[in-house]
Design a protein around this ligand. Sequence first.
Ligand code: ADP
Ligand code: MG
Length: 325
Amino acid sequence: MVNDQAMLEVSHLATAFDIEAGRVRAVDDVSFQVHRGKTLGIVGESGCGKSVTALSIMRLLPRPAGKILDGRILYRGTDIVKMTPETMRTIRGRHISMIFQEPMTALNPVHRIGRQIGEVFQLHDATRDETRIRDKSVEMLAKVGIPDPERRIREYSHQISGGMRQRVMIAMALAVRPDILIADEPTTALDVTIQAQILDLMKQLQQENGMAMIFITHDLGVIADICDDVVVMYAGTVVESAPVRELFENPRHPYTRGLLESIPRLETPRKISLPIIRGMVPTLDNLPPGCRFQNRCPIAIPICESVPPGLTPVGNRHEARCYLA
Ligand SMILES: Nc1ncnc2c1ncn2[C@@H]1O[C@H](COP(=O)(O)OP(=O)(O)O)[C@@H](O)[C@H]1O
Ligand SMILES: [Mg+2]
């Protein structure tokens, strides 16, 4: 069935950085699919490879250190890994857009906000009608909760607050009306009201345009709220993936279970510290043989210390990288 083709299919992606100390595999055997109109959540602790996965898809890894070593990234069936830089520019300008974790990387300091967002509309709508471009820019900035957008379009990125920059970048990413939106911790710097408003706006665009979304966050509450499917990452690899309800109701990997137990509950008094997973994430240049989670795992058995477990089916569209799942 043609409709079954994923908008984006990442399979066995491996991405590394060549640094003085040697080659560090920041992403290792990461696979997932994103379908039209659906949202995939990627969750995991800081440093587990979420942003590197996103930057690999965009082909925006820091150069020359970062490179894709292995795997495929199919956009509507065509491999992004093999695309020319020119084709990639078109993909980024029209088809796949990204909201970066650090907004300054996406904004140009020498152009006014209005010109930057205006360029997106100009390219997308192939118009030079300045009034129309200006109106659309103002409208989009208002939609992402920027007060007094008529004034803001005349300012530069360094003149506005971090939260405001984040919203400008979100407005630019959405103005593209992309097939795929990759949002890397997009609402972390924003207060809860604005955060809710932006999530609603994304959902609305998703319904209108069938936009597929990859939503990266460490907030399981947001995952539960907006995602259809979830991928849990740990130390550069996928440890579990499932439809969102299945993951919350029936987590099979001990890491996922630990994450879910650490969600604050209403009945937990604020001052009491929440149960967190004991131990530390291994560094990528010093991964243990066997399972990467073994040193923190409450249920590890001898084989976990020597043979790395593969990602295996444990249910309908549900996979886990654990011998005991
Ligand atoms: N520019 C870089 N140079 C070298 N190593 C990097 C670079 N960026 C990321 N890494 C490595 O990749 C790992 C994953 O980073 P990242 O994807 O940013 O994590 P996160 O899940 O917090 O987004 C880091 O722990 C680090 O070891
Ligand atoms: Mg990150």
